[in-house]
Ligand binder design. Sequence first.
Ligand code: FES
Length: 86
Amino acid sequence: MKDIPVGKPILKDDVWVIKMDGKIKAFYNRCTHLGCPLSFNGLIFVCRCHGSKFNLNGERIEGPAKRALKALKVKITPDKEVFVKI
Ligand code: FES
């Protein structure tokens, strides 16, 4: 995964990948409430089932979910390839 835009998450293979503050983060595309997939509304992640909201760091903002999104391990190769361990 090259060419990840800054501050705009990309959904690939059920993983959200985002570049912010010079770092790349990845989150599993499942809400921590009951596991529904998430949408990105241009600012935050929103659960499609019951509306929990999460910021770009995966932290819960509001809704029935009690935990942050599951962060996944990211590995970047010397030639800037990005790999995410699910
Ligand atoms: S599954 Fe996401 S808020 Fe319920």
